[in-house]
Design a binder for this molecule. Structure first.
Ligand code: GLU
Length: 421
């Protein structure tokens, strides 16, 4: 799909979802404008000669980097950094805004931001990636800060990238672990953070499945995307007794009706780089995978994978948005009309930023928690937020997404009014 079309979809989708909530909250135009506008958008160019181990000689490439700080009414800007070839300002803008609603929904004292670099990391050496990350941090130094803007992992970034961010920022400010979350444990990362997003997705899937008479123990699950979130979601659902019948990565998918062994799939990816040729499975395309008959479909890859082109062919009872903005607004309407329940991204994948908040708190207090404490608090909070969203949806006779947006927007709007924005 062309990048431009995807970026428009991302933006349009977000606006349509917001409009529904704005109408319901009866917000004035001036309030809507303020809620929609970004506080600051920073674009930087990063020159690098990526094809030489020593960054000396070879072809000079210029990479574009972004940080959109959407809203900080409720606390410092918070959100991930995405390293992907499709990254552009429009996409980052929509994702930054989504972080504002997500942090408000789970009621952590953060605002929303997102950033990234337009880059295909598979074409860079580890050394080139390290230099690129550190130059990005140098240029973003004025906008990052422990009490102003705290980055984290997203698509294409991982604890190692966060460690480089910590190192580069600390060169200017002294050792500062609280500047970034999703770090390795050795550098002040939180126990449970790596698996937190997937753990939360699986936990909430179990909760909602129980309420729509879909016993998780006999449920068939399809997961699109096998990065950190897809893997941990599949692993946890498997441990909860569900049958994960299909998985996919950026290239292709694999299917096995009897259920896929998730650990074996992970080992295979670690060895070969891809899910392709996973023993005991048959190949399937990403498009076919989304249309498989199953109980639960979990898009855990990138945005706009379920569109008006394939929404009519989705055969799941429940769609859980582990990725950010994976369902376009037209597809969302089509799924709702067909009676398919959708657990929205700002709720479904909020375990990630929730654990990031716990990590930040541990860093500020210089007092690490046990993994069980982190995951117990995570489950308790997600359970409470889920109940709030479900009850509001019920009360207003609306869908979970609109209810989640209403709760989140209401909180941000109130904070802005109190602060006199
Ligand atoms: N990138 C994740 C998200 O989209 C996590 C953000 C964070 O932990 O700050 O929610």
């Amino acid at each position: 799909m062309p990048v431009e079309r995807k970026h428009c979809q991302c933006h349009d989708t977000q606006n349509h979802f917001l409009e529904r909530a704005f109408e319901s909250l009866q917000l004035e135009t001036s309030q809507r404008e303020l809620l929609l506008s970004a506080f600051r958008e920073t674009t930087v160019s990063i020159p690098l000669r990526p094809h030489r181990a020593d960054d000396d000689g070879g072809e000079l490439c210029t990479y574009m980097g972004y940080r959109v700080q959407h809203n900080h009414a409720r606390g410092p800007f918070k959100g991930g950094l995405r390293f992907h070839p499709s990254v552009n300002l429009g996409e980052i803008r929509a994702l930054a805004q989504l972080m504002t609603w997500k942090t408000a929904l789970v009621d952590v004292p953060f605002g929303g931001a997102k950033g990234g670099i337009t880059v295909d990391t598979t074409k860079l050496s580890q050394y080139a990636l390290e230099i690129l990350t550190k130059r990005f941090v140098q240029k973003m130094m004025p906008v990052f800060g422990v009490h102003t803007d705290i980055p984290a992992p997203d698509v294409g970034t991982n604890p190692q990238v966060m460690a480089w961010i910590l190192e580069e920022y600390s060169k200017n400010h002294g050792y500062t672990p609280a500047i970034v979350t999703g770090k390795p444990m050795e550098l002040g990362g939180s126990a449970g953070r790596l698996e937190a997003t997937g753990h939360g997705v699986a936990y909430l899937t179990g909760k909602i499945a129980g309420e729509i008479s879909l016993p998780i123990k006999s449920a068939s699950v399809v997961v699109q995307g096998f990065g950190n979130v897809g893997f941990h979601t599949a692993q946890r659902l498997d441990a909860m007794g569900a049958r994960v019948i299909a998985l996919s990565d950026a290239r292709n998918g694999v299917i096995c009706d009897a259920g896929i062994n998730i650990e074996r799939a992970q080992r295979h990816v670690a060895e070969t780089g891809w899910l392709e040729n996973l023993p005991g499975t048959e190949p399937i395309s990403n498009a076919e995978l989304l249309e498989l008959p199953c109980d639960i479909l979990i898009p855990a890859a990138i945005e706009a994978t379920i569109t008006c082109d394939n929404a009519g062919a989705i055969r799941a009872r429940l769609v859980v948005e582990a990725a950010n903005i994976p369902v376009t607004h037209l597809a969302d309407t089509a799924l709702r009309e067909r009676g398919i329940t959708v657990m929205p991204d700002l709720l479904a994948n909020a375990g990630g930023v929730l654990a990031s908040y716990y990590e930040w708190v541990q860093n500020l207090q210089e007092f690490p928690w046990e993994r069980d404490t982190v995951l117990q608090r995570l489950e308790q909070r997600l359970s409470r937020v889920y109940a709030q969203v479900r009850d509001l949806a019920h009360q207003r006779n609306t869908d979970l997404r609109t209810a989640a947006y209403e709760l989140a927007i209401g909180r941000v709007n109130q904070a802005m009014a109190l602060r006199g924005f």
